[in-house]
Design a protein around this ligand. Structure first.
Ligand SMILES: Nc1ncnc2c1ncn2[C@@H]1O[C@H](COP(=O)(O)OP(=O)(O)O)[C@@H](O)[C@H]1O
Ligand SMILES: [Mg+2]
Length: 347
């Protein structure tokens, strides 16, 4: 005999799923009253269930946008279908303690015998944002460190070698006997090249003044200095694309790394670089392509190698974009980054 108490009915099951779901779920009735909420909604908004149930959903909406929300809710009732809320805008919810939390909300209509309800699912983006801030912080620290190393290389190492070069010149002027003169001259040349090399590394470490010269000019000058052999062909179709804040440096670093890889590893005769708006009009697309040896993406590279590729991807993702690498042995390599363009100021 089955004890009826042991039978978990479908309704109980769904009720449990509703309660333990990792996102906050609110069922809202036709008039905008909160009908029911789950555990995560209590946690996220800081209210007890019975404080929310029966209240207008607007108590969770920051005061500044309440009026607009009320209007949008009425529009939704006219044409209810599943959709994310606030497309293209950052959404904030108001907690009981007055704090505003960054959320993502999706809406779907639910027809019930009591009329049309709306199910709102809210996801807390604070943690995601915290992780993003952490990643951005790490990248900023890396840029600071690069700047510091660049300064030391330039100010100290290069300067002291340059001083040796000068003293060698003086020695040579004084005239040292026979065979040694030639050796000294050679030594001086070696040192001279070393100083040039160090200065070039230092310039590569330090990002250019992107705000002043703009992304395109900075990339052109990078290519002139670091890839002067004429292997790189450029094709810019975006006239001064305006990326989101910090995006220029991300774009510059990605181009720098992808070109360095193509030159160092691919053996290609020609490298193509193109930049322009993508099909959606929301991203700047940067493509770096070579027809060189290519490589296998699936093999695990030895630790240490591969930081360049990983770094490019991380930078793109932290900037809210993506990076794809396409490569096959013998078929060349294509790196494509999509970086979000600055939003037009909303009217
Ligand atoms: N354009 C390319 N052509 C051929 N091989 C490449 C290319 N880009 C990257 N690779 C391969 O992927 C590896 C990892 O690249 P990367 O992460 O930039 O590290 P690193 O350049 O320091 O070796 C390289 O060592 C190389 O074997
Ligand atoms: Mg590399």
């Amino acid at each position: 005999m089955t004890d009826t108490k042991d039978i978990v009915t479908a309704t109980d099951l769904y009720r449990t799923v509703f309660q333990v779901a990792p996102d906050a779920i609110l069922v809202i009735d036709e008039r905008g009253r909160i009908h029911e909420v789950n555990n995560e909604a209590e946690r996220l908004f800081g209210y007890k269930k019975d404080e929310l149930e029966g209240e207008s959903v607007e108590i969770l909406v920051p005061h500044s946008v309440r009026e607009r929300h009320r209007g949008q809710r009425q529009d939704y009732a006219v044409d209810p279908r599943p959709r994310p809320m606030g497309i293209g805008r950052e959404l904030f919810a108001l907690r009981k303690d007055g704090a505003q939390i960054h959320v993502e909300i999706s809406l779907s209509p639910l027809r019930t015998p009591d009329g049309l309800h709306t199910v709102a699912i809210a996801r807390d983006l604070t943690e995601r944002r915290r992780l993003k801030d952490f990643g951005t912080g790490a990248l900023t620290a890396m840029e600071d460190e690069r700047r510091r190393i660049a300064r030391e290389l330039h100010d100290e190492t290069a300067q002291s070698i340059a001083a040796v070069v000068i003293r060698l010149k003086l020695l040579m002027k004084k005239g040292i006997g026979g065979g040694e003169a030639g050796e000294l001259a050679e030594l001086r040349n070696v040192l001279h090249d070393t100083v040039e090399g160090i200065r070039r590394i230092a310039r590569g470490l330090r990002p250019p003044e992107l705000e002043d010269v703009g992304l395109e000019a900075a990339i052109r000058s990078h290519i002139r200095e670091f890839h002067p052999e004429g292997r790189v062909e450029m094709d810019f179709t975006a006239s001064e694309p305006s990326l989101e804040e910090g995006g220029d440096l991300v774009a510059y670093r990605i181009v720098q790394e992808a070109l360095a890889n193509a030159v160092r590893h691919s053996g290609a005769d020609r490298i193509g670089l193109s930049m322009g708006g993508d099909e959606s009009g929301r991203f700047l697309s940067i493509v770096i392509e070579d027809d060189g040896c290519g490589f296998r993406l699936d093999v695990e590279s030895d630790p240490g190698a591969g930081l360049g590729l990983m770094g490019m991807r991380e930078r793109a993702q932290l900037a809210g974009g993506t990076l794809e690498i396409d490569s096959q042995p013998g078929r060349g390599t294509r790196v494509r980054a999509l970086l979000p363009l600055a939003k037009e100021p909303s009217s």
